[in-house]
Design a protein around this ligand. Structure first.
Ligand SMILES: [Zn+2]
Length: 181
């Protein structure tokens, strides 16, 4: 893979991830009835967010750091420091990452509650990864929650919505497998 092919491979990966996240969100919306009713204004806001999900990954501050780390061109040396800078930029500029809501303080950093619309985008993000890697968002959460710094209300919201996102992911997987849902 030469440099140009590496750039293309990385760009394709980001595009596919965005398609997957959008598919999970599209499958989630019809499930939002009854106790899971989502006010239209929220759905509208999430639509807008997910439309440009992970857009910063294609920008100046992230593209190269991610590309060389995940899709190095032939004989290219991977540079961890560049990946760290890209990932740090990503989590500090994208409110759908829980790390965005950690406020640094000299004694102990403070965990702020995540606004609802960003929690849903985060769950659709996990869902998109599940579509790609085959696990479920609940498995991902159970495996990683001990290392996440989450506010109590954020945990509650995740706990409630995870089962709906789980259903949405199952629908996307089934549709891709060509089965009827
Ligand atoms: Zn992201």
């Amino acid at each position: 893979m030469n440099r140009k092919e590496s750039e293309q491979a990385y760009r394709d990966y980001v595009k596919q991830h965005v398609v997957d996240v959008q598919a999970v969100w599209a499958a989630l919306q019809p499930l939002c009835t009854g106790e899971a009713y989502m006010p239209e204004a929220y759905a509208f806001a999430i639509n807008a967010q997910i439309e440009c999900h992970d857009g910063s990954k294609l920008g100046m501050n992230e593209f190269e750091g991610y590309r060389q780390w995940f899709y190095p061109a032939v004989q290219e040396m991977k540079i961890k420091a560049d990946f760290d800078l890209a990932w740090n930029h990503h989590q500090k500029h994208n409110p759908h990452h829980w790390q965005y809501w950690i406020m640094w303080q000299p004694d102990e950093s403070k965990v702020l509650p995540m606004p609802f619309c960003y929690i849903i985008e985060m769950l659709c993000d996990w869902g998109g990864m599940s579509v790609k890697f085959g696990d479920s968002p609940t498995q991902f959460y159970d495996k990683n929650k001990d290392t996440m710094l989450l506010h109590g209300t954020t945990k509650q919201t995740i706990g409630f919505w995870l089962r709906y996102v789980e259903c949405a992911v199952a629908k996307v997987k089934a549709a891709r497998a060509g089965k009827r849902t």
